[in-house]
Design a protein around this ligand. Structure first.
Ligand code: B16
Ligand code: MG
Length: 216
């Protein structure tokens, strides 16, 4: 228990479900390279940066590419992914998000984004929630990917909050690890099977209230 100054939200898997679009785009690339990519395989990419995702994909398909080829394929995947993103609408905001944001703002608590995605701003604009955020830390602002705590520490610093005053919302194991390394409280979004290290696990933001957060 302690004061809450800021809540830091991951994007994919917390505010929107872009994992399904990442999956379609990676699957198309895998098929082009001559192998299959399953939904189960896609679980390994959640919260992981684009280049790390490509490396996992190539490992699954047992393929070796040089750096130049990797950059070209990562770019190709992203173009395909953006085709899906560009069709996104505010209806894709996951249930409970706006209600929780409203409650936090009314209580004077700051809202931050802490995402690995380099497309975060485009997504936030498509779903029309960019103005809710007091600070946006995404894959264009970090050098170290989760489970490194950099993304969350930058968010706290930018809001003049100490890590102890921040609560992170994350759907990926690497993100929970990053939050704990940052010295922050964290809420896992998903299942306690893989997010058991979080201080609390819920199935979505619709299950979160400020009252519950005050007990963390
Ligand atoms: P991009 P998050 C992550 O978003 C996704 O979960 C992960 O699958 C993706 O590879 C990563 O962003 C990078 O995305 O290719 O758009 O830069 O969960 O950190 O919001
Ligand atoms: Mg995520």
């Amino acid at each position: 228990m302690g004061q809450i100054s800021a809540c830091i939200f991951d994007l994919d898997g917390v505010v929107v479900d872009t994992a399904k679009y990442h999956y379609q785009a990676w699957k198309r690339l895998a098929n082009e390279l001559g192998f299959d990519f399953t939904l189960d395989d896609n679980e390994r990419l959640k919260g992981v940066s684009r280049m790390d995702s490509l490396n996992i994909l190539l490992e699954i398909g047992n393929q070796k590419l040089d750096e130049e080829q990797k950059l070209a394929y990562a770019e190709k995947k992203n173009i395909c992914y953006l085709e899906f993103v560009n069709k996104m609408t505010p209806e894709e905001i996951l249930p409970g998000t706006i209600k929780l944001f409203t409650e936090l703002k009314e209580a004077g608590i700051k809202i931050a984004l802490g995402s690995a995605s380099k497309n975060a701003i485009t997504i936030l604009e498509k779903i029309n929630i960019v103005n809710w955020f007091d600070i946006i830390i995404d894959g264009t602002k970090t050098q170290k990917a989760k489970p490194d705590p950099q993304v969350f520490l930058l968010g706290a610093k930018g809001l003049n909050a100490t890590p102890q005053e921040c609560i992170v919302f994350e759907d990926a194991e690497a993100g929970i690890e990053a939050a704990l390394k940052a010295g922050m409280r964290c809420v896992g979004i998903g299942s306690s099977d893989n997010l058991g290290n979080a201080h609390m696990v819920v199935s979505g933001l619709n299950e979160v209230t400020l009252k519950k957060l005050e007990f963390l």
